[in-house]
Every structure is written in structure tokens, then in C-alpha cells.
Design a protein around this ligand. Structure first.
Ligand code: PLP
Length: 468
């Protein structure tokens, strides 16, 4: 099977081949040192050395790229030390890197790749769009069709506009809320990610847009309500991910999200659900699943069929501000907002591929995978857990219950490094931080292979990943 051949190609018999030499192995009769940081650091270093040896072409590409791009990179999330893999191509659920290794793609382009690589229906739609000419310099027949699909799928979106990314969608939604309310403050949550210039991992990022942000604790309704009371009259918007995605796949508790709905209504702030990631959790997004109607919603990722895409929409009374026929209308520009490739790919993806039944099957598979992983971690006594909802998962190197980003702080971040390099060596592709987003091309065989690989890694690495 592919995974075995990858293991061979990466030059590793098994991850055990990179464990500490015998002289450093604990005496079997003495009680083994648990989670020894020295042994772990050595082992991660060895796993990285094996990665370097197995990937000379990726390394060469990285070094060439670093001569013309800072860190050889144009998308920070993709970087990791010693250098990121350079991916040559993808097909269905598989990826190949430039050194010829094959991977099962569990990352799914950070959730935008829900259709798998080069789905024939989407490919045909893009080819048809190409045949009709791109960059048409005008309204086209596709944009209103995709808009109708989006509005039908998410009933809280009465009117919608397109952008080129989820980041841009959130920027526009915030601008709309500020214009609508005449207020300036924006309530956001610790650990939230709403795009490259709207990032709140450890407080607001230095590159963030200079809005007047108020930071609130995720899943803590009492403290958030207190902040809303304090800033109520000045609050233009509450911007929230119904599940912290980049922050570690931490679901927003329904009572917390419902409390935000009530509080926003009470103070007249615009409640914006950032469903760029979570909209895939049911045909109507997370909002449909838990029955909460935000004032505005932002979308992105897969809805453009895998092409550059973003959208913001919501109540007609807010979105109408962008109607150019209205006096004093807000402008919303963007050369590629209605680009025919994204529009065509999106229509094909949403109508021909991502049917409600397909989406339900995908999310059920994700839930089964997460349950199987957690059962296996418990069985092995490993200091690991998988969080998330449906087809979106994140691995954490801690056993404590996770309700917010502080809970998710890894007991020892090096454990996740080791798991990452061991999985890569076995032909499983995921984000360095442990994030995974299943695509429709991933089947039961692939998820079972992942559980088996992690089981084997835990048995091989034993005490390093927290087993007794
Ligand atoms: C919840 C959320 N909002 C916004 C964004 C930004 O989207 P984009 O990368 O398309 O700008 C992301 C991207 O990961 C996201 O997960």
C-alpha cells in the first residue's frame, strides 16, 4: 500500500529507527523516565534530521525561494523548521512532493480543499468558464447564480457580496457594521483568527488593521457579557467564529453563542458569525446546526470550489448599504470579486458535489475519526487528544478538557513536532500544528490508516508521548 512505500521512500524503517541509541535507552528494570524532555528533544532532532535527509529537492526549492521571498514563504502558516515540503501535485485524496513521496492529504488546504484534488465536475466547470473567456470586464451570468445558491443555503444571508478571501470578507463585514451602527468598537475573542490582518492568537497581531478592538474570553459568557455591558453603546460588532478554527478547533458552546446573540441584540451591535471554516459543518453552517441567526455571516474557502473566494452577507437592511442605486451607498471594489473561475467552480462544487447528503457523510466520517483517535489515545494512555467538530479536527498534546485557547496550550509542544514528523515520514500530510480537514476523497480506509499509524507511533515513541 502507498503508505508502506512512502515509509520506504522516506528512508525510515519505522519511527523507531530514529529513537535514541541504546546507550541512552532507559534500563528496563528501572522505572522509565516519563516524558523526558531531553530524550524528546533528541528524538525530535533525529526525526528532523531524517526529514532533511529524505527531502533534498524540497530543501533546494526552499533555499532558492528564500533568495526572493522572506523565509522562502508567501503564506506564513505553511512554514516550519527545518523547511517546508514543496508539493508537486495532487489527485483525489493524494499529494506528491517534489522528492516523489506520496501522502494522504489530511490537511485539505486548511478546509478549502473539501472536494479533493481536481474533482472532475469542478474541473469541467473551470474549463467551460475558460472557454468563454476570463476577465470579462463586466457583470457575468455566474455571480448571481452563486449568490442565489449561497442565500438559499444560509437563510440569515438575505443579500451577499463576494470577495477574494475570507480575510477580505471579514474586513468588509466589519466596515459594514461600523457604517450601519455609526459606532467603532469591535468585540473579538482571544485565540480567534479572522484572517491575516485580523488575528488574535496571543492578543492582536502587530500586522492587524487598526480597529478599536475589545478582547473577550472565548466560551466565557459571564465575562463577555460584562465587557458588552461596559462597551455596549460604542459596540459596532461582535465578531465570532462558531468554533475557534486556527485557534485549535475549539467548539463554541451553543449557550455561549446564544448568549452573544441576545447580548448583541440588547446593545444594538451587529453579530457577525465568521463561518469561513465552520460553514461546512452542515448545509446551513454551524448557525443552521445550532439554530442561531447572526446579523451577518462571512464565508470563504471551499465555497469557491477551491479557487480564491470570500463572501460577506446578512440582513438586507445592512447589506443594502452597498446598493449603488442608494444615495450615499458604500463602495465595495475588487477586480476579481466576480471572477468567472471562482464563480463557475463554486456553482459546480455546491450544486453537483457538496450535496447535503455528501456533507453529512463527510462530517460523520470526521466525527468517527475523532472518536476513534480519542479512544485509541485513551487506550494507550497517551497525552494526546483530538478536538473539533465534524470533518475539522485538531490534535493537542494535553489531556485536559479544552474550552479555550489557554486550555489548549500543549503540555509539551515538542510532542506535536514528533507526531508531525513521524506522520509525514509515514505518508500522512497534516498541518504542523496538528490541524486536519477531511475532504470528500478521504474514505474509511484512509481514516483507519491514520488511526493505525498514530497508534503505531505512540507504541514506538512510548514514554515520549506520555504513555506509561
Ligand atoms: C475562521 C477564518 N476566518 C477567516 C479566514 C481567512 O480566510 P482567507 O485565508 O481566505 O483570507 C480563515 C482562514 O483560515 C479562517 O479560518
Amino acid at each position: 500500500m502507498a503508505i508502506r512505500s512512502v515509509l520506504g521512500m522516506q528512508g525510515l524503517q519505522s519511527p523507531g529507527a530514529t529513537t535514541a541509541p541504546l546507550s541512552r535507552m532507559p534500563d528496563a528494570t528501572a522505572s522509565p523516565p516519563k516524558r523526558s524532555k531531553i530524550a524528546l528533544a533528541d528524538t525530535v532532532a533525529e526525526a528532523k534530521a531524517a526529514f532533511v535527509a529524505a527531502n533534498p529537492e524540497s530543501r533546494a526549492r526552499f533555499e532558492a525561494a528564500a533568495r526572493v521571498m522572506p523565509g522562502g514563504n508567501t503564506r506564513t502558516v505553511l512554514f516550519y523548521d527545518p523547511f517546508p515540503l514543496c508539493i508537486a501535485r495532487g489527485e483525489g485524496a493524494r499529494l506528491w512532493d517534489v522528492d516523489g513521496h506520496e501522502y494522504i492529504d489530511f490537511l485539505g488546504e486548511f478546509s478549502a480543499g473539501i472536494f479533493g484534488h481536481s474533482h472532475p465536475a469542478i474541473r469541467a466547470a473551470i474549463e467551460a468558464a475558460l472557454a468563454g473567456g476570463i476577465n470579462l470586464s463586466g457583470h457575468n451570468r455566474l455571480e448571481a447564480e452563486l449568490a442565489a445558491i449561497v442565500c438559499a443555503r444560509f437563510p440569515s444571508i438575505e443579500l451577499v457580496r463576494f470577495t477574494n478571501s475570507g480575510t477580505e470578507a471579514n474586513l468588509l463585514a466589519l466596515s459594514a457594521a461600523i457604517a450601519h451602527t455609526g459606532r467603532r468598537k469591535i468585540l473579538v475573542f482571544e485565540g480567534a483568527y479572522h484572517g491575516g490582518v485580523l488575528s488574535f492568537g496571543k492578543g492582536p497581531a502587530p500586522v492587524n488593521v487598526p480597529h478599536d478592538f475589545v478582547m473577550a474570553p472565548y466560551n466565557d459568557l459571564a465575562r463577555t457579557e460584562a465587557l458588552i455591558r461596559t462597551h455596549g453603546n460604542a459596540l459596532a460588532a461582535i465578531l465570532v467564529e462558531p468554533m475557534l478554527g486556527a485557534g485549535g478547533c475549539i467548539p463554541g458552546e451553543p449557550a455561549f453563542l446564544a448568549g452573544l446573540r441576545e447580548a448583541a441584540t440588547r446593545v444594538g451591535a451587529v453579530l457577525i458569525f465568521d463561518e469561513v471554516m465552520t460553514s461546512r459543518l452542515s448545509p446551513g453552517g454551524r448557525q443552521g446546526e445550532i439554530g442561531i441567526r447572526p446579523d451577518m455571516t462571512t464565508l470563504g474557502k471551499y465555497i469557491g470550489g477551491g479557487s480564491s473566494f470570500g463572501a460577506f452577507g446578512g440582513k438586507a437592511e445592512i447589506m443594502r448599504r452597498f446598493d449603488p442605486r442608494e444615495p450615499g451607498a458604500l463602495t465595495h471594489a475588487g477586480t476579481f470579486n466576480n471572477n468567472v473561475l471562482s464563480m463557475a467552480a463554486g456553482i459546480a462544487g455546491m450544486t453537483q458535489v457538496l450535496t447535503p447528503a455528501a456533507l453529512a457523510g463527510l462530517n460523520a466520517r470526521g466525527t468517527q475519526l475523532r472518536d476513534a483517535l480519542n479512544a485509541m489515545f485513551r487506550r494507550n494512555g497517551a497525552n494526546l487528544q483530538a478536538t473539533g467538530l465534524g470533518s475539522l479536527l485538531s490534535l493537542h498534546a494535553t489531556e485536559r478538557a479544552i474550552r479555550n485557547p489557554d486550555d489548549a496550550a500543549d503540555a509539551n509542544p515538542a510532542i506535536k513536532d514528533l507526531v508531525f514528523f513521524d506522520l509525514i515520514a509515514r505518508g500522512f500530510y497534516l498541518a504542523r500544528r496538528g490541524y486536519m480537514a477531511l475532504s470528500l476523497s478521504i474514505g474509511d480506509a484512509e481514516t483507519a490508516a491514520l488511526v493505525a499509524a498514530l497508534d503505531d507511533i505512540i507504541r514506538t515513541r512510548g514514554s515520549l508521548v506520555g504513555c506509561d
